[in-house]
Design a protein around this ligand. Structure first.
Ligand SMILES: [Cu+2]
Length: 455
């Protein structure tokens, strides 16, 4: 869904501020493009200005600009938005131009950018350009480098992009609330020479997190660490689009972390290299191969790999970050015989269901009754059954026969003959065992206490 709204023809208000936009100037503001869909929208090649290879924002889009006397003009509108986290759940968030995260801003090293920020939130805001070298007065820190942008007001930021890299934008006013509500976006500065740091596919997303009570839609904004929805660009699995590539292509994935904890991002299949950090690009001689890279709070990492055919999972390696809300306080019941207990509870609560006696996989297979507007804790299905995941989880889908620039989901991988794990039914060789006491009935009767803190 791509629609346009013009705020300034009807607003008719005076626009004040340090970089004040005058009443006459307001009529000349670039149009604020608005998009509310959560589909990945690969942007077209840049229509004006220096050439670059556009970023593909995962479940997102890039903000169009207007060239005015050699300056790239963008218009961000901070406003309440409705975001589908995954099919079956929408959240009431704050964002920019109809979406959370806001649209990706893309420009080129050496560009002068002018960014108008209009505040349609019920409180003041600012925008901080995280990681970008700029004059102190453009840094967007409320109270320190500028007055806050009042409700209904528009501010103007203007600076020259000095270094290429992966950056972010987010408020620096009532920051805890506004980031907990989803206000953030990517800011990509492409190199002046498009052959530099060239890849075939360039993806990007932000790590974010929400605390949304099951059955409700608005995040709790005073949560410090106990978030219950772990998202990429405000989407949770199975709502996160796959990363698509053709075999042999060089693929880059840029990740920024605006949650309140670190995320070890792990990819199956091809090894990758960390090629970019918060401070820019890593020289070739200083890169090292990895399969997991930990992304700290406020950090950015760009990873690159040569695509190998297959369906390769990419996810946060904290296992509770690949789950959606609920079930957090369920005690470990593995090995606990609940039959007698269930019989007694059923006399009081007829719908009671004993769970987890043989692990939690069964929960992914059954249709659990959950409140409205709530995602199942572990869900999603693949060609072989339930995937039993949620949160920060997606799939890198690499195929031999994809066209260049085709970002459509190619479906499930067709494994070549002899390359697929399968059930073995013939006689087994003798199994070596460690010389340890065997688990007996007592070992299996341990019931761990529920609840935890500080993750
Ligand atoms: Cu994580």
């Amino acid at each position: 869904m791509n629609n346009r709204r013009t705020f300034f023809k009807t607003a008719g208000a005076a626009f004040l501020g340090v970089a004040a936009v005058s009443k006459a100037g307001a009529a000349l503001l670039p149009e604020a493009e608005v998009r509310t869909s959560a589909a990945t929208l690969p942007p077209p090649p840049p229509p004006t200005g220096r050439p670059f290879q556009p970023l593909v924002t995962l479940n997102g889009w890039s903000l169009p600009w207007r060239m005015k006397d050699g300056v790239k003009e963008f218009h961000l509108v901070a406003e309440p938005v409705v975001r589908e986290i995954a099919p079956g759940m929408t959240a009431r968030l704050w964002g920019y131009n109809g979406s959370s995260p806001g649209p990706t801003i893309e420009a080129v090293e050496g560009d002068r950018v002018r960014i108008f920020v209009t505040n349609h939130l019920p409180e003041v805001t600012t925008v901080h350009w995280h990681g970008i070298l700029l004059p102190s007065g453009m840094d967007g820190v409320s109270g320190l480098t500028q007055p806050p942008i009042g409700v209904g007001k528009t501010y103007m930021y203007e600076f020259v992009l000095q270094r290429p890299g992966t950056f972010m934008y987010h408020p620096h006013a009532d920051e805890m609330v506004q980031m907990a509500m989803g206000m953030m976006g990517l800011f990509i500065v492409h190199p002046k020479d498009p052959r530099q740091f060239r890849v075939d596919r360039d993806y990007g997303f932000l790590l974010n997190a929400y605390d949304i009570e099951p059955g409700s839609a608005t995040p709790r904004v005073n949560t410090m660490t106990e978030f219950n929805l772990w998202t990429w660009n405000s989407r949770a699995f199975p709502g996160i689009d796959p990363f698509v590539a053709r075999t042999g292509e060089r693929v880059r994935i840029r990740v920024g972390n605006l949650t309140m904890t670190n995320h070890p991002i792990h990819m199956h299949g091809p090894h990758f290299e960390v090629t970019g950090t918060d401070g820019g690009w890593v020289p070739k001689s200083a890169r090292w191969p990895e399969v997991t890279t930990d992304i700290g709070v406020g950090q950015m990492r760009a990873i690159e790999f040569d695509a190998l055919a297959g369906d390769w999972t990419i996810h946060c390696h904290k296992s509770h970050h690949t789950m959606n809300a609920m079930g957090h306080n369920v005690p470990t019941m593995i090995g606990v015989d609940q039959r007698d207990l269930a019989r007694r509870i059923t006399r009081l609560i007829p719908d009671y269901m004993a769970m987890g006696e043989r692990g939690m996989h069964e929960m992914a297979e059954m249709e659990m009754p959950i409140p409205d507007n709530t995602l199942p804790m572990m869900t999603g299905s693949g060609p072989f059954g339930p995937v039993a995941m949620g949160g920060m989880f997606s799939v890198v889908k690499v195929r031999d026969d994809l066209a260049r620039g085709d970002y459509r989901d190619p479906g499930w991988y067709r494994h070549p003959a002899g390359t697929l794990a399968s059930e073995y039914t013939a006689e087994l060789p003798e199994t070596p065992r460690a010389a340890a006491p065997e688990a007996d009935a007592d070992t299996l009767q341990i019931r761990k206490p529920g609840g935890h803190a500080g993750h």
